[in-house]
Design a protein around this ligand. Structure first.
Ligand SMILES: [Zn+2]
Length: 311
């Protein structure tokens, strides 16, 4: 059996309670093992031995256990053994129609089957973290957001984390140093933005947005993110774009230097960030907003000025 099928089959127990049959003729629904009434599956309390002794087989459908008078065919004695069955009424709506399958959501409502409904039912739920809207917001740049999410969770493969995994020999580890400033091993807190190179880029960007109170330390950025994560104000959205773009391009520069011979100056990295933020701003739907017009003009002038100044 392939890996894919094994994975699909392994979630059977998780999805089974959500598959429900709406009985119309009862001919497509297994009376013992399918979900079709409030006692389902009946097999959870009626033993296979009792089923066989009463003359039924395990493949019987709901229709097959209803007699011509519309009563259950099972023996009277079952009502003494399983008194819950007394409350189970026959509800065969239309002998001509096929039963209908539905998906029961977490609240117990019948839904049309869709991958979205299944995901809502199966996914684990947690209380949202304070910085969630810092990473994912409608104007975000998805690849920057994904990167920032890794930064916040401290999951980037920085040198301090590689050292913990005992990667390479002792000598290799001692040779590891931040490719941007060549001082010490790199780490999340070093790269964003204490590192000499990163701090230069960050201070170029910081003065273009409303982040004067934020310094080079990751703690300071984390405090800002928690405070303004949910803000819908235009100036805060620009700050969010600037933070995620800065961390994205600094990380890209770090990797370029580590794995290729390409090297950019702090000014060149700053330009990349300015350009991507400007392009994103141009696609906004804030068009009538004065604040928006002013900011966009400022960013366009910034980029124009640097285009004209090749140095
Ligand atoms: Zn550094």
């Amino acid at each position: 059996m392939t890996w894919g099928w094994r994975k699909i089959l392994s979630i059977r127990n998780a999805v089974r309670p959500s598959f429900w049959s709406i009985i119309r003729s009862g001919k497509q629904t297994n009376v013992w093992s399918d979900n079709w009434c409030h006692l389902s599956p009946l097999r959870s309390f009626i033993t296979p031995r009792h089923i066989a002794n009463a003359g039924f087989n395990l493949q019987a459908t709901v229709a097959e256990v209803i007699d011509e008078n519309g009563q259950w065919k099972w023996p009277q004695a079952w009502y003494d053994v399983y008194p819950v069955l007394i409350g189970l009424t026959v509800n065969q709506q239309d002998p001509q129609l096929a039963d209908r399958m539905v998906w029961k959501d977490v609240e117990g409502h019948d839904q049309h089957f869709s991958s979205l409904e299944v995901w809502h039912t199966l996914r684990t739920r947690d209380t949202p973290v304070k910085w969630a809207s810092m990473v994912w917001f409608s104007q975000c740049i998805p690849r920057h957001s994904f990167h920032l999410w890794l930064v916040i969770k401290n999951k980037l493969k920085t040198q301090d984390r590689l050292a913990v995994w005992e990667v390479g020999s002792e000598t290799n580890r001692r040779l590891m140093c931040c490719p941007l400033c060549k001082h010490g091993t790199d780490s999340r807190d070093h790269l964003f933005f204490v590192c000499g190179f990163a701090s230069q880029v960050w201070s170029n960007i910081r003065m273009l947005v409303d982040l004067e109170n934020v310094n080079d330390s990751w703690t300071s950025i984390a405090v800002w993110m928690e405070r303004y994560s949910d803000s819908k104000r235009f100036k805060h959205i620009v700050c969010k774009l600037a933070i995620s773009a800065s961390s994205y391009y600094i990380w890209q520069e770090r990797n370029n230097r580590l794995f290729t011979s390409k090297e950019c100056t702090a000014e060149q990295v700053t330009e990349k960030i300015k350009n991507i933020v400007r392009l994103r701003l141009m696609g906004f739907v804030y068009k009538g907003d004065l604040d928006y017009q002013r900011t966009l003009t400022k960013w366009q002038n910034l980029c124009r000025a640097s285009d004209e100044d090749p140095g």
